[in-house]
Design a protein around this ligand. Structure first.
Ligand code: ADP
Ligand code: MG
Length: 321
């Protein structure tokens, strides 16, 4: 690298984001010094994106910067936590200044939107890989766990599901163009972490998870952690027109097992449903009821023709052969 590691950090990362009052010492020393608020606990999550595994080599670097942070903010959202600080470990094959500037811009724009400060990280040379760790705050009594679901809870999901998976399929088929595809592609490249929704749900929903591996797989996580089953009414799934067309052809894979949605899937006690829907409406966060948690084990899918099946397409599993 003609850039020294130090130059690189100073040029691209030291001033990438704004300053928060609770950061006593940010980038530049051996550690960051941070001042967490009294009475709330730290919520911490980390995710790695590896080229070829999580993104295609030709991906727009600004979109990648956005997504690397978005997938982490989505985990905070799923706990009902308020984002605060982030660290970034990046491994770069070369220093491509145009690429790096775009990556940092994409990252920084989303960070600014959530008042998140980049407080440290690590920069190394090697195959392209990006690891982001976020730190947020949540009242432990209000945090949204996977394990809080109860039989009788009603089940909801935010936004729409299946778009990112359909976009990826079309990219692989080399057929991604047109306006509809631009919307789908944005869902794959620039997912929206549902941070505001998570904070609305904190203390109100019984269980929550963000949909990263596909609706069915992530619902299974809630069911297993909560010791319940679920019944999902497929005719109620919120889907875009493109995904609806796939479902109409009998291909439910995108909506149920596609992954990369970064929507929130959550369960609400029957007596809380009206309050939750009112709060989501007031916050401008669209959510859709899709079924319920039940005391019979497993996930029952109710197809639009009334057929009920417990056979579920698998979500994405990196270790599946
Ligand atoms: P050390 O050798 O003590 O680990 P480094 O030289 O790796 O320190 O990093 C120097 C400073 O720059 C540290 O504060 C570190 O957190 C920060 N830093 C390094 N890489 C990044 C990055 N990609 N993003 C944000 N901060 C970074
Ligand atoms: Mg270091």
């Amino acid at each position: 690298m003609s850039f020294s590691e130090f130059d690189l950090i100073r040029t691209y990362f030291s001033h990438a984001t704004g300053n928060r009052g609770d950061v006593l010492l940010g980038i530049g020393d051996d550690c960051a010094l941070l001042n967490p608020p009294a009475g709330r606990c730290l919520a911490i999550s980390i995710d790695t994106l590896v080229e070829g595994r999580h993104f295609l080599p030709e991906v727009d670097p600004a979109a990648l910067g956005h997504k690397a942070l978005a997938v982490n903010l989505s985990d905070l959202a799923a706990m009902g936590a308020e984002p605060a600080w982030v660290t970034l470990a990046i491994t770069l094959p070369t220093v491509d200044e145009v690429w790096l500037r775009a990556f940092v811009d994409g990252f920084a724009q989303l960070a600014a939107a959530h008042d998140v400060q980049l407080v440290g990280g690590d920069t190394t040379r090697g195959p392209l890989s990006i690891t982001v760790q976020v730190h947020g705050f949540v009242d432990p009594a209000l945090a949204l766990r996977r394990s809080g679901g109860r039989a009788g809870d009603r089940l909801f999901v935010s936004g729409t599901v299946g778009d990112a998976a359909l976009a990826l399929q079309r990219l692989r088929d080399n057929a991604a163009h047109g306006t509809e595809d631009a919307c789908l592609l944005a869902r794959l490249d620039r997912p929206t972490p549902r941070v505001a929704l998570g904070r609305v749900l904190a203390g109100r929903a019984n269980a929550a998870i963000d949909v990263s591996d596909g609706l069915a797989a992530d619902l299974r996580h809630i069911c297993e952690a909560s010791g319940v089953g679920a019944r999902v009414d497929l005719s109620r799934l919120p889907v875009s027109p493109a995904v609806a067309a796939a479902c109409d052809r009998g291909d439910w894979h995108f909506a149920l097992a596609g992954g990369d949605d970064y929507e929130l899937l959550f369960s609400v006690g029957a007596d809380q449903v009206d309050a939750v829907l009112a709060a989501c409406g007031a916050a401008g966060e669209p959510v859709q009821e899709i079924g319920s948690l039940v005391d019979e084990e497993g996930i029952a899918l109710v197809y639009p023709d009334g057929r009920v099946s417990k056979e579920i397409p698998d979500g994405f599993d990196h270790f599946r052969t």
